[in-house]
Write a protein that binds this ligand. Structure first.
Ligand code: ATP
Ligand code: MG
Length: 561
């Protein structure tokens, strides 16, 4: 077990199991996404946990697509999920699909029927709901509950052969209609759904329910620790019931499907979800945002998906850092988006090369330099990391500075440029402002300055950044902010859509960046000095047409609002 791995109740549990020689000392986990959308930051917690536990204990982790609900599943999602897991820095031992086990599920269902533990029910969905009872009243037995095994087997075979229409019959577990746990009131095992499946095509007109398929998949794969989120706590008795009834290892035919007969039964353990404020994480809502074109797609940098965070410039390291910091507990809580941004800043501060960019350019002429003058200045790419090398900054007589770095009537404490004032231009030297040019409306259109010789320069308090007007490149820069304007878009009246932040994306078309930023390959991250961290957009940035996304500002400005 790696020394820096944070300890938590699941790691402790696995540690005890390994020490006790349970499951032959093996650790096998899985990450089981349903391919009905892109992965989001919440999934990252489950990925880090499942892959992390396997790695720490010398075990393996499988990627299993939980594809038992074909109506919402797509091959495009299957592909995107794999790409995102790799990007996050994990590699699965093997790739599986719940649908690989459709035949096993089917044979298991036949065994349940033969053992009198499952029956074909003709009630429709509404009747099933009616018969199920409520939290305070017991359910009633379906009139079809006492069908003989022979009749059930015959009907179930015909369900599988496609003889009945969608919803006409279900196969149900025969458990306890009076159980205080509603999940145990004869839950459905199979439903009829004549719809094509992204992995099995039209081979099956019936599909197993999640609870039934999940525990059998775990058992077949020899999963030792089946880790899931808290909403499945009430489903655990059903998970155990199926495995108890099926007792796969003792079954002559079914045991052949087990990957690792050494493993005793998988055990489910629940932990709390990762929730973030100022966003929504349910896939239904994320699909809706995409389909209604309220965002520009799954990887719109404002989305909480991993592909969006990647495009936004967040590093996999920072997302893993967040997952380590929030830990693994059963406590339900909401993490401040600022905590994630803090992880991103911490990571990028160490690694991102420094560059200069001007978002709102104000032209400045250095009047005591000749027309055609150029200077090359060798500067380091990172103040603390000499191994990140140096680059050449070139400038001539004309540069741009940030419009906000000049004030005609400076507020108290303003340390940057003012008329007749001095300021240090980063890497160039100290300049004196000799003239302010304006248009008819009084708007400042340019400044004239003179550069001091180093030996004559006065002391100054402020240093500002700049980009050479002759050597820099014009760039598009997008400033992203929270997608929603309230911390919990799901609470209160109306729809979460009413709370979209209208100012979540500001596009600047005429920013200026130094060539060593413009020429970077897509996905390169920089600190634009004094402004923030930026990434060359992985889809739109090209040589000659630079496009940058703001990853995060240098400081947390949101907390103050
Ligand atoms: P939704 O209900 O929005 O469709 P889901 O939780 O069903 O999402 P799955 O694809 O089934 O999504 O999730 C795959 C795995 O990731 C599951 O084990 C699930 O518990 C876990 N997971 C999903 N969301 C979170 C979250 N916010 N925090 C931690 N784990 C999560
Ligand atoms: Mg799910």
């Amino acid at each position: 077990m790696s020394a820096d791995a944070p300890s938590h109740f699941i790691r402790n549990l696995v540690s005890r199991d390994v020490a006790a020689g349970k499951h032959g000392g093996l650790v096998v986990t899985r990450f089981p996404p349903e391919p009905n959308g892109y992965l989001h930051i919440g999934h990252a917690k489950s990925i880090c946990l499942n892959f992390g536990i396997a790695k720490d204990f010398g075990g393996v982790c499988h990627l299993r697509f939980d594809d038992t609900n074909p109506a919402k599943e797509e091959l495009a999602y299957v592909r995107a999920i794999q790409e995102d897991i790799h990007w996050l820095g994990f590699e699965w031992d093997s790739l599986r699909h719940a649908s690989d086990y459709f035949e096993v599920f089917y044979q298991c269902a036949r065994k349940l029927i033969e053992d009198g533990k499952a029956y074909v029910c003709d009630l429709n969905a509404e009747q099933v709901r009616e018969y199920r009872g409520t939290l305070t009243s017991p359910g009633r037995a379906s009139p079809w509950r006492e069908r003989s095994s022979e009749e059930n087997l015959d009907l179930f075979t015909r369900m599988r052969e496609g003889e009945f229409d969608d919803g006409r019959r279900t196969l149900r577990a025969k458990i306890d209609m009076a159980s205080p746990n509603i999940n145990l009131r004869d839950p459905a095992i199979y439903r009829i759904r004549k719809i094509s499946h992204q992995n099995t095509g039209n081979a099956w007109p019936i599909y197993p329910m999640y609870d039934y398929a999940h525990c059998i998949s775990d058992a077949v794969e020899g999963i030792t620790h089946s880790l899931c989120t808290l909403e499945f706590e009430d489903h655990r008795p059903l998970y155990d019931w199926y495995l108890d009834q099926l007792n796969l290892r003792s079954h002559p035919e079914l045991s052949a499907s087990l990957t690792d007969p050494q493993v005793s039964r998988p055990e489910q353990t629940e932990f709390s979800r990762l929730n973030l404020d100022y966003t929504v994480m349910s896939k239904r809502k994320l699909v809706e945002l995409v389909q209604k074109e309220l965002v520009e797609g799954w990887d719109d940098p404002r989305m909480p998906t991993l592909s969006a965070m990647r495009r936004r410039g967040f590093t996999p390291e920072s997302i893993r850092m967040l997952c380590d910091r929030v830990g693994v507990t059963k406590q339900v809580n909401v993490i401040d988006f600022g905590v994630l941004e803090g992880c991103v800043r911490e990571d990028l501060d160490k690694r991102a090369q420094r560059r200069m960019a001007v978002l709102d350019p104000l032209p400045v002429t250095i009047e005591n330099l000749d027309e055609g003058y150029t200077a090359d200045i060798e500067v380091s790419n990172h103040p603390q990391q000499p191994e990140l090398g140096t680059r050449t900054l070139r400038h001539g007589r004309k540069i741009y500075i940030e419009r906000t770095d000049f004030e005609e009537v400076p507020p108290k404490g303003f340390k940057r440029l003012i008329p007749e004032g001095n300021v240090r231009l980063r890497h160039i030297g100290i300049v004196h402002c000799v003239g302010v040019d304006k248009d008819d409306t009084g708007r400042v259109t340019g400044l004239r300055v003179t550069l001091y010789k180093p030996e004559d320069a006065p002391k100054v308090k402020g240093t500002i950044h700049w980009v050479s007007a002759e050597h820099g490149q014009r760039a598009q820069v997008r400033l992203y902010d929270r997608l929603f304007s309230v911390a919990n878009p799901d609470s209160g009246e109306g729809s979460y859509i009413d709370h979209l932040n209208p100012n979540s994306c500001q596009v600047i078309d005429a920013a200026w960046v130094e060539p060593a930023a413009a020429d970077g390959v897509a996905e390169t991250r920089f600190q634009f000095e004094r402004i923030g961290y930026f990434v060359a957009d992985r889809r739109e940035h090209e040589p000659g047409k630079p496009v940058f996304n703001r990853v995060v500002s240098l400081r947390d400005s949101w907390a103050k609002r």
